[in-house]
Design a protein around this ligand. Structure first.
Ligand code: NDP
Length: 299
């Protein structure tokens, strides 16, 4: 028997959304030899991909009909709802699988999962934790949640995107919950970095002069994250390294320096305020980890 007749049928996928990330996903699928049908709200964004072998669908309905698996990657769930909930698209999706890699909140992911179940659509939620340049390389990080069997069924096609894929659980909102928590770290850290660069500039230090030292701060973070995670899970906040009184004092120096230069200090002022609140509640001898418990308190 000739070798080609023994091969498994060629994998196929539809990708809805051709922003920078959607295009990166399509590119990786094409590189891996996956038959890829594409559709985007604004026409014309698929030209380069079509030249490389992607199939351009004339409508969202035609796109989702072309493959058993549709990957959606648009700006948010308002956008994905506005495509998937068109009556003709919903009907065409019945019995097929959607993997929604658009970012949004865990609540929106759960609502979308309930909507999909109501309409007989097999549904997985996911998030991409790395930039477009990592897609199709070993460095991409994808997280998924929803029915495990459905995930395993489509994993061979998803693997064409490269990187690591992790199924986090059956709760459809779990991938979005990880995404939000991780993006919280990213955006507050990067905003803190922008504030640091503003202070440095006001003090006559260029961003590039500070950068090597900023990198050093970055390298301290991974072990600190791990130690803090153990303390927060165990509820053991007593200071061994840096009590809140010391942390609040350092934060105040940053506030004062910012204000001396007329630089917006709202971010670090908020952090100092939280530390002082914890101190006021009798936690002066605790580490900063106490704030995770304090911020999570209701009322
Ligand atoms: P955007 O987040 O800017 O999303 C652009 C895509 O969303 C386009 O296809 C756009 O269509 C579509 N879109 C926007 N509004 C609507 C709407 N109302 N109806 C239908 N489609 C709509 O760009 P990305 O491609 O970068 O991101 C896609 C997703 O990937 C986002 O959720 C983002 O958070 C996530 N992500 C992106 C990363 C990155 O590095 N770029 C990294 C990790 C995750 P149109 O062309 O018609 O405007």
């Amino acid at each position: 028997m000739p070798a080609h007749t023994e091969r498994t049928p060629q994998a196929a996928v539809t990708v809805i959304g051709l922003g920078p990330m959607g295009r990166a996903l399509v590119s990786a699928f094409l590189d891996a030899g996956v038959t890829t049908t594409v559709w985007n709200r604004t026409p014309g964004r698929d030209q380069e991909l079509v030249a490389r072998g992607a199939v351009s669908a004339r409508s969202a309905e035609e796109a989702v009909t072309a493959s058993e698996l549709t990957v959606v990657c648009v700006v948010n769930y308002d956008a994905s709802d506005s495509v998937l909930q068109r009556p003709e698209v919903t009907t065409a999706l019945k019995g097929r699988t959607v993997v929604n890699l658009s970012a949004d909140t865990p609540g929106r992911a759960r609502e979308a999962g309930a909507w999909a179940a109501e309409h007989g659509i097999r549904y997985l939620d996911g998030a991409i934790m790395t930039p477009t340049t990592t897609i199709g390389t070993p460095h991409g990080v994808f997280i998924h949640s929803g029915p495990k069997e459905l995930y395993l069924e489509h994993k061979p096609v998803l693997d064409a995107l490269g990187g690591t894929h992790t199924h986090l659980g059956e709760d459809i909102g779990r991938a979005a919950a990880y995404d939000i928590a991780l993006l919280d770290i990213w955006w507050t850290s990067m905003t803190g970095y922008m504030h640091a660069l503003a202070i440095a500039r006001a003090e006559g230090i260029s961003a590039q002069e500070l950068a090597p030292f900023a990198k050093g701060i970055g390298e301290i973070l991974p072990p600190s994250f791990e130690e803090a995670a153990v303390e927060v899970d165990n509820g053991t906040y007593a200071a061994t390294v840096n009590p809140l009184t010391s942390a609040a004092s350092t934060m105040a120096h940053i506030v004062h320096t910012s204000e001396a230069h007329g630089i917006d200090a709202s971010l670090i002022r908020a952090a100092e305020g939280l530390a002082r609140r914890a101190i006021g509640l009798g936690h002066s001898g605790d580490e900063l980890t106490r704030l995770a418990e304090l911020m999570g308190r209701r009322g």
